[in-house]
Design a protein around this ligand. Structure first.
Ligand code: HEM
Length: 482
């Protein structure tokens, strides 16, 4: 009942219970908590608050407020809920703040330069061909795309950014890594809604605390192996450079040399004393997770949608035919840039199913949002999913309509109404990489297969996790084209 509480309670939100405020109302199962969030978002369209003593949170999904928060570094600091991820991602780019974040972002930005992505394109293509062979083995059957796509995207990030191929004898380790990521997402969400688990000493005594400890160990063992493999390679052969035979392709990475793998960049920064071993580990942990789980989620829902929209598949195939005729060559970056219809389909899928459905910032000063005074230190959550599903921003929001992204239909839309990759200075560093990978996967799969529907969008039940996931398999039937 202090001043901060009184200010927060002026915002619309669920009714309070004595002392605990809304704290008990949000302790739900992973599925129910997502349903409650949707109910609240529909009821208080644009802004509402949750007061759970001693924390106040405001959920902001009015584009004007979102712009205010995201467009400058004034609110660039991540909120306290991300500290739950610290034992795993430590001070990697996703979690770090201030000068450390700035320095790291400067080191890592060149790793996703256009010319480097051009080199990655071939590597992703090779991986895609292996993925297609896997699909061929189950052609005509109902398959759960979730594990297949997670393997596909994990291989892509390892072979490109990390410069390491995951060999067959690592299959067991890879499985444990993926399971550990699921477990860490589960622990994060369970702890997030249970404020009494915020103190470390209490949390460490619980089964969730023990689960986190085990999972962090598994994840770190795996990423340590990836770093070691590349370190050994670099020691033996030197940094893998590109553009040596073609000066027009020259890429100046971190002021001088040219390197492909992101990990090479970090190893070379280590030599210059700009980052240490721990720093490399935290960035590799961050990029391995952000670089595969998000894209896998995006592709999962994209394939489900395509399976239910044969007309959309036909249009993409038509676009491919116009571009390639009867040629069986691989698609290049230039081809993909011309596939405007397919790009609209991916954008629309990321609107309906944004893989990163929720982000959070710290308000470090009292801020006016939607006309309400929100006190300093309030957690400022941005539920991207709820904004993308606002009826007044996207008419008939559940309908899959790629033409929403035609230039004439996007004109007048608020630039912060659609933010699957976040926006502003702390936006997604891997956005172009993710779009490239998704385009290659969609185009190459549709060249070979027609997708038939199995799991229906109406059957999807989200579970609370770091990325958008269904509570169960997402099945599609891939039928080989003649
Ligand atoms: C469809 C795929 C992807 C989506 C939807 C996505 C979305 C996002 C979003 C919304 C954020 C902001 C997070 C926040 O503020 O808490 C973010 C940050 C980030 N993403 Fe992605 N991402 C994707 C793919 C990738 C890939 C492929 C990589 C790496 C290769 C990557 C690396 C990162 C990193 C390192 C950050 C933190 C950036 C910073 O704070 O400076 N993401 N991403």
């Amino acid at each position: 009942y202090n001043e901060r509480a009184r200010m927060i309670k002026k915002l619309p939100g669920p009714p309070d219970d004595f002392i605990v405020g809304n704290g008990l109302r949000i302790i739900k199962s992973s599925v129910d908590v997502m349903k409650v969030r949707r109910e609240y978002a529909k009821k208080w369209n644009g802004i509402y608050r949750i007061w759970a003593y001693p924390f106040g949170a405001v959920l902001v999904f009015n584009p004007e407020d979102v712009e205010l928060i995201m467009s400058s570094m004034k609110y660039g600091e991540k909120s306290i809920i991300y500290t739950i991820l610290k034992p795993w991602l430590q001070d990697g780019l996703l979690l770090s703040n201030g000068a450390k974040w700035q320095e790291r972002r400067k080191i890592l930005t060149p790793a996703f330069h256009f010319n480097i992505l051009r080199q990655f394109c071939d590597i992703i293509q090779e991986n895609t061909q292996r993925f297609l062979e896997k699909l061929e083995q189950t052609a005509g059957q109902d398959v759960d795309v979730v594990p297949l796509l997670s393997e596909y995207t994990l291989n892509s990030i390892c072979e490109t950014a990390m410069g390491t191929q995951l060999s067959e004898d690592l299959t067991g380790t890879v499985q444990s890594y993926k399971q550990a990521i699921y477990d860490l997402g589960y622990v994060f969400c369970q702890r997030f809604i249970r404020i009494y688990l915020y103190p470390e000493t209490v949390f460490n005594l619980t089964s969730l605390g023990r689960m986190q400890k085990r999972s962090v160990k598994t994840v770190k063992n795996f990423t340590e192996d990836v770093i070691k493999q590349r370190r050994d390679y670099v020691e033996q052969y030197g940094f893998h450079t590109i553009g040596d035979n073609n000066d027009s392709e020259e890429v100046f990475v971190y002021k001088k040399k040219k390197k492909t793998a992101m990990l090479d960049l970090l190893l070379s920064a280590e030599k210059e004393g700009l980052i240490d071993k721990t720093g490399i580990q935290e960035e590799v942990d961050t990029f391995m997770f952000e670089g595969h789980d998000t894209t896998a989620s995006g592709l999962t829902f994209m394939f489900m949608l395509l399976a239910h929209h044969k007309d959309v598949q036909d249009k993409i195939v038509e676009e491919l035919k116009e571009l390639l005729g009867d040629s069986e060559r691989w698609l290049t970056m230039d081809d993909l840039a011309k596939m405007k219809y397919m790009e609209r389909c991916i954008k629309e899928s990321l609107r309906i199913y944004p893989p990163v459905h929720f982000i959070s910032r710290k308000l470090n000063e009292t801020t006016v949002l939607s006309g309400y005074q929100v006190p300093a230190d309030t957690l400022c959550h941005i539920p991207i999913y709820d904004m993308h599903h606002r009826e007044d921003l996207f008419e008939d929001p559940e309908r899959f309509d790629p033409d929403r992204f035609l230039p004439e239909n996007s004109a007048g839309r608020h630039p912060y109404a659609y933010i699957p990759f976040s926006a502003g200075p702390r936006n997604c560093i891997g956005q172009k990489f993710a779009m490239l990978e998704m385009k290659i996967a969609v185009a190459e799969v549709l060249r070979k297969f027609e997708l038939k529907p199995v799991t229906k969008p109406s059957e999807i039940e989200f579970i609370a996790d770091l990325v958008l996931r269904n509570n169960g398999p997402v099945k599609v039937n891939f039928v080989k084209r003649k």
